[in-house]
Ligand binder design. Structure first.
Ligand SMILES: [Mg+2]
Length: 253
């Protein structure tokens, strides 16, 4: 990066950007360990739930802010920054900045529109833990965490015209985006707005920080627009994840 004296912050998606198709990060683990020794914050910015992201944070001993459910909420460990926006909420461990709309309201709107258009839509809220596990290739334990949704509904269109459905959702003030595996329905939030807000908190705390963004799908584009160095993972290539993270380590180190 141009200014080596400034702090570097990495915003990264999880599926397809940090985790491979089998939800594994073994191939990049040494690089992640190296980045941790450099005190480079790795900020997960995912469509996954708070519960899922906390699982990965704990196994990797990462204690940094993270962005859950496609930018619907930002979780910041308590006392991480000295100042916070006034509107934030709190949990035992985190300051929480909410940007999303409630899950139940999103689901109700989705169902109403699907019914009106005579479409068949299946969201995570319609599926059992076993079904989510089987369909998404998750363990039952992870499927449980994936179903603990507060804002964003991953769904598939089983029957009906996708374009008409997506257009109607938009007219109703909802945001629909595509991740690696599912469509995602949410309120007026995206990964970009949350990234910009969190980046600003880093800037206030540390002076202008340098930011790297890592993504692999359409829902990552708003996040990639908010960082200094956007990296789009070419996941069809062999060793795509390892090569991407090697590049990041070079940039950050
Ligand atoms: Mg992804």
């Amino acid at each position: 990066l141009a200014n080596k004296t400034s702090k570097t912050v990495i915003f990264t998606d999880l599926d397809g950007s940090f985790l491979d198709q089998q939800y594994n990060y073994n191939t990049i683990k040494p690089i992640i360990n190296h980045l941790q020794t450099l005190n480079t914050p790795i900020v997960f910015c995912s469509s996954k739930t708070k519960a899922e992201i906390l699982f990965y944070q704990k196994t990797l001993k990462i204690n940094e802010p993270f962005i859950a459910e496609n930018g619907a909420a930002i979780y910041i460990p308590k006392n991480y920054f000295t100042t916070y926006p006034k509107s934030n909420k709190q949990t035992d461990q985190h300051e929480v900045i909410e940007l999303g709309a409630p899950y139940k309201a999103i689901r109700n709107k989705m169902k109403r529109i699907a019914q009106k258009l005579k479409m068949k839509i299946i969201g995570f809220g319609d599926m059992t833990e076993q079904e989510v596990a089987q369909q998404a290739g998750l363990t039952l334990q992870m499927a449980k965490l994936a179903k603990q949704r507060q804002y964003d509904e991953p769904f598939r269109i089983v029957q009906g015209n996708p374009e008409r459905f997506l257009k109607t959702l938009k007219e109703q003030g909802l945001t629909c985006t595509q991740g690696g595996r599912y469509y995602h329905l949410m309120g007026n939030n995206d990964k970009g707005k949350a990234t910009a807000l969190l980046r600003n908190l880093y800037d206030v705390e540390f002076g202008r920080v340098a930011t790297i963004g890592v993504g692999d799908s359409r829902n990552d584009q708003p996040m990639l627009k908010q960082v200094d160095i956007p990296i789009f993972v070419q996941k069809r290539k062999e060793n795509a994840l390892r090569d991407t993270w090697k590049k990041i380590a070079n940039l950050a180190g």
